[in-house]
Each structure stands twice: as C-alpha cells, then as structure tokens.
Design a protein. Structure first.
Length: 136
C-alpha cells in the first residue's frame, strides 16, 4: 500500500525576483532564495549558498516551477535537491515533487526517495511541507 511519511518542513527567504518578461513559453520569472532551513525528524540542515526558482507563468497566473538548492545537513553531509511542479501565482500555492542526491552513507536513503510537497510563495518567503512517498 502506498502512503506518505512526513519528511521535513522547508523555508527560504526570497532575496530577489527577476522579471525576465514574456517569452514563447510564457512570462518568465527567476527567484533567488537564501537562508533556507530544512527541519524534520530525519532531515535537518541549512541551505548552502543561494538557490533558485525558475518559473514560467501563463496569462492566468498558473505555471511551472523548476528549482534547485544545496542542503548542508546539521552533521555535515551535502545534499543536492531539485524540485519541480505547479504553482498558482494568484494564490501563492505550490505543488512540487522533490529529488535528492548525496554521496553520504548516512543519507543514502535519500537517493531513492521521491518527495512530494505542498507550499506557499510570498513576497519575502517560500515554504514547503515535504513528504516521502512510501510503499509500506
């Protein structure tokens, strides 16, 4: 049976939003995120350096998210995180899938983890609740 296990909560400070403008795929926006914090029972740490969100919106304010972040766990492991999904710019709601990559033996389980998250984007902050898909 498939289920969800809570993985972590994530918050990022929005440092800058760059409006690229209208292109062939829609309105392109690039957001720079800093001060990310990952908090959970099995995954805790802070964002290392800036992260980014590349957004494309349609004329209704709905669009896609393509984001990256580098997580430094509290015990020193590095975890590359990529996530993508859908957003509604009008309501600030996000729905994303998360993938993780690390060479850390302690966090090797993340390399096969599929995360799913619900989030909110605001002017100054982006936040997510992330769950791990399970088959037990």
């Amino acid at each position: 049976m498939t289920g969800l296990r809570e993985l972590c909560r994530v918050t990022f400070a929005v440092e800058a939003i760059h409006e690229v403008g209208e292109g062939p795929l829609g309105r392109r926006i690039v957001g720079v995120a800093r001060d990310g914090h990952w908090t959970g029972d099995r995954l805790n740490g802070s964002q290392l350096g800036p992260g980014g969100d590349w957004l494309v919106l349609d004329s209704q304010g709905r669009g896609t998210v393509d984001a990256r972040s580098l997580l430094a766990t509290t015990d020193g492991a590095l975890v590359y995180v990529s996530y993508a999904g859908r957003l509604d710019w009008r309501t600030g709601r996000l729905r994303c899938s998360f993938l993780f990559e690390t060479e850390s033996a302690e966090y090797a389980w993340l390399n096969t983890t599929q995360g799913v998250g619900l989030g909110r984007i605001g002017r100054d902050q982006v936040s997510y609740q992330v769950w791990e898909l399970t088959d037990d």
